[in-house]
Write a protein that binds this ligand. Sequence first.
Ligand code: ATP
Ligand code: PRP
Ligand code: NIO
Length: 475
Amino acid sequence: MSHEMLTDLYEFSMANGYYQTLPHDKQASFDVFYRNAPDEDSFVLSAGLMQIIEEVKNWHFTKEDIDYLRALNKFSDEFLTFLKDAKNKCTINAMTEGTPLLPREPILTISGPLIEVQLLETLVLNIFNHQSLIATKAWQITHAAQGRAVMEFGARRAQGPDAATYGARAAVIGGCTSTSNVLAGQKFNIPVAGTMAHAWIESFPDELTAFKAWAKIYPDTASLLVDTYDVVKSGVPNAIKVFQELKAQGHRPLSIRIDSGDITRLAKKARQMFDDAGLSEVKITASNALDAHIVKSLLNEEAPIDNFGIGERLITSSSSPVLSGVYKMSALENKGQWVPKIKISNSREKITLPGNKQVYRLYSRNDPKHAFADIIALADEKLRDKITAIDSDVHATNDVVTLTDFTARPLLHQVLAGQKAAPIETDTFAIQKYAKEQIAELPKETKRLVNPDHYPVYLTKKLADLQKKLIAEYK
Ligand SMILES: Nc1ncnc2c1ncn2[C@@H]1O[C@H](COP(=O)(O)OP(=O)(O)OP(=O)(O)O)[C@@H](O)[C@H]1O
Ligand SMILES: O=P(O)(O)OC[C@H]1O[C@H](OP(=O)(O)OP(=O)(O)O)[C@H](O)[C@@H]1O
Ligand SMILES: O=C(O)c1cccnc1
C-alpha cells in the first residue's frame, strides 16, 4: 500500500498555492536531519530508507485521492489535474541504512519540483523518525546485552500494526536476532522465534502435564515458561523432569523463560538446579519489561542469562518515544541556478544549514578504522588536506579547529532519480552487519549508555561563512 495521502493538509495547501504563484517546475532541495538524539544518546542509527525509496519512486495519486481532495473545496481544478498526472521527478541522496547519524547532519537530501518535495515532507519524516528511533533503541539494548541474542517481542504493545512490523525490521537493523512478529518475518525475511504463553500452562490440569504435552509436539525446540506458579518450587523442577525425559529419548533440551520476579536471583537459582541435574546445556531466556538499563544491570549482577525477549520498551522506545527529525529547505532554484536558503531562529540551534551539502566521516590517516569526527561541507566543495573547521555544536567552546592527517569518506549517495532507483542493500541482516561495522568505527566513549562523550560534527569554513552571510542578510 502506498501512502501519498499520508501528508499534512498544509502540504497540499502550500502545493496548491505554489502551483498558482510559481513556475510549476520550480526546483527545491530539502534536508532531513535531527537536532537531539533520543535518550541523550550521541547518535541515531538510521533506518527507513528502503521504504522511503519505494514510496517516493511510486508516488502518484489515484482517482479516489483526487476526488477526495476535490471534495475538500480548497484546491484549484488546474492543480488537481496536475496532481492526477504527477509522477516522481525527485532525486534523493541518502546515507546507507544502518549508518550512525549525528545531530544536524542531513541523512537524506531530496531535490525536485517544489510542489512534489513539499508534498513528501510528512511521509518521509514519518518513516525516518519511526524506524530510526526503534533501530537506535534496539542498538542500545543489544549493545547492553553484550552479544547475547535479543528476540523482539513487542508486536502486542506497538502503536499499531505498521509500527509493529516496520519496528521489528528496524529492531533487527539495530541488532536483534529475531522477532516474534510473523508478519515481519514473512515480509522482511527475518527469523521468527518464540516460546509459549501462560495460557498454555493454564490450559492443562497442572504445569507438568502442560510441559510434557509441549515437549511431545516440539521435542527439539521446547522452551518452557517456568513462572506461571512458582519458578523455584515448581517451574524449574518440572522443566528438569521433562528435559531429562527428552534427553533420554535422544532429544536436545532447549531452554526456559523467566518472565517475572527478581530475574537475577531466579536465573542463578535455575542455573544451579539445571547444572546439578546434569542439564548444563539448558539455556535461560529472560523477559518482562526489560530495557537497556535493566539488561546492563542484570549482566553486572552476573545473572546467567543466555538470551532476552524484549517487547514494549523496545518497540515503543518508551523511555524516549520521539525522534524529532525535521525536513528543511536548503536551496531553491531560480532561473536554472540554485540559491541557498536558510531558516533563522532565535535559538541558534534551530538555524538551518543553507545550500546543497555533503557529509564526510573523517578517519585518522594512521588509524583508518577509527572515525574521529564528521564534517558537513557544501556539495560542490573539495576537502583539502588541511582544513579550518567550525564545530556545529552551538554550545562548543573551542569552536574553530584545524584538521589535518585525515581521510574523508562521503556519506551521501544518490539512491533515486525519478523512476530510477540505484541498487541498495535490502537484506535486513546485511544492513545489521553494516550498522555494526559502522558503529565499531566510532570512539568507544561515544557509545556509553549514560553520558556518552560528544562526537564532533564540524562545518567547513565555506559552509559556516555562507550561513553567517545569510543570517546577516536577513537580520
Ligand atoms: N535483578 C533485577 N534487576 C533489575 N531489574 C529487575 C531485576 N529483576 C527484574 N527486574 C525488572 O523489574 C521489573 C519488575 O516489574 P513487576 O513488578 O511488574 O514484575 P513482577 O513482579 O514480575 O510482576 P508480574 O508478575 O506482573 O510480571 C521489570 O521491569 C523487570 O524486568
Ligand atoms: O514485557 P515485554 O518486554 O513487553 O515482553 C513481552 C511480554 O509479553 C508477554 O507478556 P503478556 O502480554 O503475556 O503480559 P504480562 O505482562 O502479564 O506477562 C510476555 O510474557 C512478556 O512479558
Ligand atoms: O514467544 C514468546 O515467548 C513471546 C512472544 C511475544 C510476547 N511475549 C513472549
